[in-house]
Design a protein around this ligand. Sequence first.
Ligand code: 5AD
Length: 468
Amino acid sequence: MSEQGKTFFLETFGCQMNVHDSEKVAGTLVAQGYVQVDDPRAADLVLYNTCSIRDKAEQKVFSRLGQYRKDLGEGKMFGVLGCVAQQEGERIFEKAPHVGLVVGSASYRRLPELLAQLEGGSRRVAGLDTDTDETFETEVTRRDNPFRAYLTIIEGCDQKCAFCVVPYTRGPERSRSSKLILEEARQLASAGYTEIQILGQIVNHYIDPDPARLTFAELLSAMAEIPGIRRVRFTTSHPRYFGPDIVDAITAHPALCNQVHLPVQSGSTRTLERMFRGYTREEYLEKIAMLRASPRGIALSTDIIVGFPGETEADFAETISLLDTVEYESIFSFKYSPRPNTPARDYAEAIADVESSRRLSLLQERQREIQTRKNRALIGSVSEVLVEGRNEKLNQWIGRTTENRVLNFTVPAAAPPRNRLGTYAWVAVTGATPNSLVGEMLPASDAEEAASLAVPIKLAWSELRVVS
Ligand code: 5AD
């Protein structure tokens, strides 16, 4: 590594938590005098922040390591961070001898010290301890997204679901103090962020170590009241700890987004038991009923695994019937993938891959029908969006509603041309696909009128035409 101009390239795989960890890692490196570059060829240190939730994700990293070794040649230092680092540990040095740094997410606090060892000439440096009660606190986070700021409140997971690698890669649950969290949120507001996405592997199992002892719902409410913060989302919740106080907080605070992600994993109580999820189908549906009863009209999404060992045709039929009952706004669905250290890895009755694929297709097809129907029903409504992107080819702005729906929209010719990124706009929905909506921005006066309404109103089509 050259003494001057130490540069690094950092590529991130996996969940939002990883994306945010990378923002903190990048900030830590910059504070150590490193310069971040976008091209791995220009970097002295090439880092991957990795995901091991399913085998495919893990394979990606090793193929990337192999590919970059060929493309970039000798003379670079490679580092593997995150969940694969934790899971594979020092075996990575054997599998990929050009790797010099292996750091699990529970050891990021040690990064400055580990980097110093590397710079001091050590060939192989590892930080792999998960036995910790510390969280990764840093004031030097380099946030990538200019509109939505990620904010971690709890790290790790103690749940030990039978399929899940997270407790073994991210270590035990540990919550940050509400005082620090709210301070960070206020800083984000004064930096101009209007949306905060609260992160935690089991976010609603937050236990405040501060004497204030805020519950998760109280923390959400406190954040929603920070001047300047217009949207607060949180992910991922565990159904077992999802209480009515969270729904009440959402109902009471318009700044808490109209959206809850509540992974069910399976619609069959028998499978849920074998997954160690800690709830039955009926108990889960009670939580859904509680959410659906809120006058806010909370949008719901979930995660589902098909082909879990021993999943019968009848179990799978229960998952399909759950989709029909809940009618989620969106889902993420996966084929079961056996993971190291997890109990389900040793379960008998593996489901053949072709059968898991068949179930996955059936599930996705059913959900597609539901989303097509539900999104079509939104034609003629108006929604406020945060503008997050621009599609020049289609002359559209890309917005997101409080329900987390993507709503792409055009601007009436009469509206002043300007950069709308990061602004809020009221949009009339004119078309729908299963995964997104299209619409047209309301002129300013109509937008004001719409903004005065607490929930999106439904306009008759004829009125809408007058508007546009
Ligand atoms: N196989 C398939 N999917 C998994 N998930 C977690 N572990 C596995 C696994 N071993 C899914 C779950 C979880 C989401 C983040 O990933 O649905 O909610």
